[in-house]
Structures are given as structure tokens and as C-alpha cells.
Design a binder for this molecule. Structure first.
Ligand SMILES: Nc1ncnc2c1ncn2[C@@H]1O[C@H](COP(=O)(O)OP(=O)(O)OP(=O)(O)O)[C@@H](O)[C@H]1O
Length: 488
């Protein structure tokens, strides 16, 4: 290829990845070209020998890039990223790749982009006829009913999945023709379920102040065009966080919201102190401020969802019990016959937990310090070591909290899913935790990454299969990904 001044190119000045540049000078006699690239906002020039630097022609994307990646003529990782970058710099955070929407997290709100008026513009418009937007995905899913639709939202932690899920839901709530007041109530309840689930299932992590620590599959049901119900399925709540947190991270938001919002009288009633005093809340060394939602708003969300006062009291009791349990400590104790066991350091926390859960404190103490084995008709109490007792305490706290979380999800479902939806149309939204590679990876990261791998595998198979079927239908030639022959 003959290069000329002003040609747009991809070149690699030895970085191991291509840069977008523009040829400034061509010195054919010396076989040298000078290319300029803008790096971190500063123009820099590179002198390359002709034939060096893996020069490739670069498409002119103008100042705002193309809004569908399929319009790119030079298609490789660098050109895809460059297009996203150009758009992002102009505040255009959404880009299509065919029927897939890529969203780049702006980390700042664009309130004008998500109003009712914008939602209405997208309603009923085919995908691609308006600029890329989450509402376009909502509109496409809605238009494709009655066949069941799933919006799969995928990306690493902090990418913006949860916010995107809420926006798709907001779109459906805003534009789906009203089905009377019953539909309006159920729609409000579905929207109110989001902050409630976030309080109990989200936490501050090193990557995201509001990271979802569970996977969520939300099915929204429609009849005669109106929303008639929803169902939430939750996966894999991260249990280790209830008892331990990595540096800079926190426990689930609800604990800090609870302690920041209780009145003095309520604190006394549940035997609670300020958040800094609880081992389960202060291991990450992060602050213990109440956080995103205040306790009062959370109570409001529970009210909208019909959670009774009695049930709310039960929720506080379980949360307070988890906190009390975390402060239980043990001493080594010499038993008879030279055996070693443990005893609880202070029984105040055990008494509070017993009182709040309405179980016997003595039984709880025994359960935390001994293991019961049954052999024939005999029950043997084997004393635990300190480490085993701590594990037992933590396991109990984890079971209590995850039981509460599962109960909450089924309680929400009992309100937003009244049954009778077997013949309803549905749009589902999958918001599942993204890939994680932390300084220390545990069993939870294995499960999260395994779930992601499978999702990607399914997604790739599905998308490529569909694409190949379309090629076959249109009798286009293509090279199957793993095959050597060109098919017709
Ligand atoms: N469309 C958006 N507009 C503005 N800010 C956004 C948008 N999407 C995400 N954010 C910001 O990024 C933060 C992280 O986003 P979000 O919690 O949705 O990520 P996530 O992919 O669900 O992460 P995780 O897997 O950790 O739950 C949000 O709290 C919000 O501040």
C-alpha cells in the first residue's frame, strides 16, 4: 500500500498494541514516515521505517464514531475500543454491536437521557432506528412479545449492570400502556423492590460502592399489554461478607443503615451500639456511615411492598442477632480428663441473641462450644477448639442472614407475583455478578466466574448459531469459526 500525508492509520510503535495515528510526513527516498498520535491528550510523533510498525489503514470515524460497531470497516479490538472511546468522550455511552448494546459506565448521571419523554420516543421504534440506548433494548424486547424475551446484562463488577437493569425496568414501567390502578400498584411495588434488595444484597467493595453480591433474574409478566406481576430469583448471595470483609470493603448496606437510623429507644430495645463497635462491620477498616439509603426510606419501601410491622420487627431482630453473634468471643478452657474446650468470653451477647431470636441462651451456648454426634441411641457432646467455635459462630451468623435474604425475596415475590401468570407474556432481565479477580480469590469467586463462563458460552453459541442460520437462509458464504471449508 502506498501511504500519503494525512492518511489515517493504525500503527504499533513497539507497545504491543496498535495506536490510532495520522501520517504527517512521508519520505520515500529515506523509506521513513512520521506518524502522529494523541496520547493522554498530548500529540506525539513517531518516526517509522516504511514497512515497519504494522501499519494498517484506519477508517475515519469523525468526532463521534459510529453508533453501530457493524459499520466499522477495520474490525479489530483496537478499532472497537477506539470507537467506544470517541463516543464516550462526547458523552455517548451507548453503542450498538448489531442487536447487542454496549454501555460504558459514565460514573455521572445524565438525567435528561432517561426521562419519560425519551422513553416514549423509543416506544414502538425498531432497534437501530434511533440512537443506541437501553430504552431501545427495552422497546425491542417489548415489541418481540408474545414470544418470551430475556435481556442478558453482563459485564465485570462496577460496569453498570444493576443501573442498566433498573433503567430497562423503568422503561417498561413508563411506556407499557396502563392496565388500570392494579397494574400501577404492582409496577410501583416492582420498582420499590430494587432499593430493598440493594440494601440487603449490595455492599461497598474495592471496585464498586454499591456492588450487588448476588445474582438476580427478574421476570416481568404482561397481560393485555399491562404489567400484571413479576418474580425475582436470586442466586449465590455472597455469605463470607457477613462475617469478614477485605480491606476497604464493608458488610451489607442494611447493617449500617439500621444502626444509623434506629432511635435511642430502639437501640436499647435491641441492645445495639454504634456500628464501629461490631466486629462484623469493621474488619475492612472502611467507614461505618449509613450509606446510600436511610433507614426510614427503607421502611417506606417495605411498607409499599406490604411487609407488616411484625415482619419488620422480625427483620431487625435477625439483623441485631447477627451483630451480637459477631461480638461473641471464646476462651480456652481445661476440661475434666485433660480435655480442652472453650467457653464464651462474655455471655451478654449470647443472652441478647437468645432473647432476640427467642431461643434458649444455654442451648445456643452449647451449640457454639460443642459438636453433637449421634451414635446409635447415644448423643455425644464433643468440645470444640477455639477455631472451631469461631467457625461455628460465623456459620450460624451466615445461615441467619442468608435465610433472612431468601425470606425477603420470597416475601417480595408473594406480593409482586400473585400467580395466574402461566399464560402471561414475559420479559426477563438477568443481572448477574461480573467476572472477579481479586487479590485473594475464594470459593465465591470460583462460583461467580464459573457462572459467567457458562453464560458467555451459552451467549456465544446462541448468537453465532442464530447468525449462521441467518447466513444459511440468505445463502451467504461464510467461513464457519472452527471449520476449514466455506459453506453455502
Ligand atoms: N448509566 C449510568 N449512569 C450513571 N452512572 C452509572 C450508570 N451505570 C452505572 N453507574 C454508576 O456506576 C456505579 C456502579 O454501577 P452498578 O452497580 O450498576 O455496577 P454493576 O455492574 O452492577 O457492578 P457489580 O457487579 O459490582 O454489582 C453505580 O453505583 C453508579 O454510580
Amino acid at each position: 500500500m502506498e501511504w500519503n500525508e494525512g492518511d489515517l492509520v493504525w500503527f504499533d510503535p513497539g507497545l504491543g498494541h496498535p495506536l490510532p495515528g495520522e501520517i504527517q510526513e512521508v519520505h520515500r527516498a529515506a523509506q521513513v514516515i512520521i506518524v502522529q498520535a494523541v496520547i493522554n491528550g498530548k500529540p506525539q510523533t513517531f518516526t517509522l521505517s516504511l514497512g515497519e510498525g504494522n501499519l494498517q489503514a484506519r477508517q475515519d470515524l469523525g468526532s463521534t464514531g459510529v453508533d453501530d460497531m457493524t459499520q466499522l470497516s477495520d474490525l479489530h479490538e483496537a478499532s472497537l475500543l477506539w470507537n467506544l472511546r470517541l463516543r464516550y468522550d462526547r458523552g455517548l455511552i451507548y453503542t450498538f454491536a448489531g442487536s447487542i448494546l454496549i454501555a460504558v459506565n459514565p460514573y455521572k448521571m445524565f438525567p435528561d437521557s432517561y426521562g419519560l419523554e425519551v422513553a416514549k420516543q423509543y416506544a414502538g421504534r425498531p432497534l437501530g432506528s434511533l440512537p443506541p440506548h437501553l430504552f431501545a433494548i427495552g422497546a425491542a424486547a417489548h415489541a418481540a412479545l408474545p414470544s418470551p424475551q430475556v435481556v442478558v446484562i453482563s459485564g465485570e463488577s462496577g460496569a453498570g449492570k444493576t443501573e442498566s437493569t433498573k433503567l430497562v425496568m423503568q422503561y417498561l414501567a413508563a411506556v407499557v400502556p396502563g392496565g388500570g390502578s392494579a397494574s400501577a400498584v404492582i409496577t410501583e411495588q416492582i420498582l420499590e423492590a430494587a432499593p430493598l434488595l440493594e440494601a440487603f444484597g449490595n455492599a461497598r467493595t474495592a471496585r464498586n460502592d454499591n456492588s450487588s453480591r448476588f445474582g438476580k433474574y427478574l421476570e416481568v409478566y404482561f397481560k393485555q399489554g399491562a404489567i400484571v406481576g413479576a418474580k425475582i430469583t436470586q442466586y449465590l448471595l455472597e455469605k463470607s461478607r457477613i462475617v469478614t470483609q477485605a480491606p476497604g470493603e464493608r458488610n451489607y448496606h442494611v447493617f449500617y443503615e439500621l444502626l444509623g437510623g434506629l432511635t435511642e429507644a430502639e437501640r436499647t430495645k435491641y441492645g445495639l451500639l454504634e456500628a464501629e463497635k461490631y466486629f462484623y462491620l469493621n474488619q475492612g477498616g472502611s467507614d461505618c456511615a449509613p450509606g446510600r439509603v436511610d433507614w426510614e426510606s427503607l421502611q417506606g419501601a417495605m411498607q409499599v411492598l406490604g411487609v407488616s410491622e411484625n415482619e419488620r420487627e422480625g427483620i431487625v431482630r435477625v439483623l441485631a442477632s447477627v451483630l451480637h453473634l459477631g461480638n461473641v468471643y471464646f476462651h480456652r478452657r481445661q476440661l475434666r480428663h485433660g480435655q480442652e474446650g472453650v467457653e464464651v468470653g462474655s455471655d451478654a451477647e449470647i443472652k441478647w441473641t437468645g432473647h432476640l431470636l427467642q431461643i434458649s441462651s444455654e442451648g445456643l451456648m452449647r451449640a457454639l462450644t460443642t459438636r453433637i454426634t449421634e451414635a446409635r441411641a447415644e448423643r455425644l457432646h464433643t468440645p470444640l477448639s477455639i477455631d472451631q467455635a469461631l467457625d461455628m459462630r460465623d456459620a450460624f451468623a451466615k445461615a441467619l442472614y442468608s435465610g433472612l435474604f431468601s425470606w425477603l425475596v420470597s416475601r417480595i415475590n408473594s406480593i409482586v407475583h400473585k400467580g395466574g401468570t402461566h399464560d402471561a407474556q414475559r420479559i426477563s432481565i438477568l443481572d448477574i455478578f461480573g467476572f472477579e479477580d481479586l487479590a485473594e480469590n475464594s470459593f465465591e469467586q470460583l462460583c461467580i466466574n464459573y457462572a459467567n463462563e457458562n453464560l458467555h458460552l451459552y451467549f456465544n453459541k446462541h448468537v453465532f448459531k442464530l447468525e449462521q442460520a441467518e447466513y444459511a437462509r440468505e445463502r451467504l458464504e461464510w467461513t464457519p469459526l472452527r471449520g476449514k471449508t466455506t459453506s453455502r
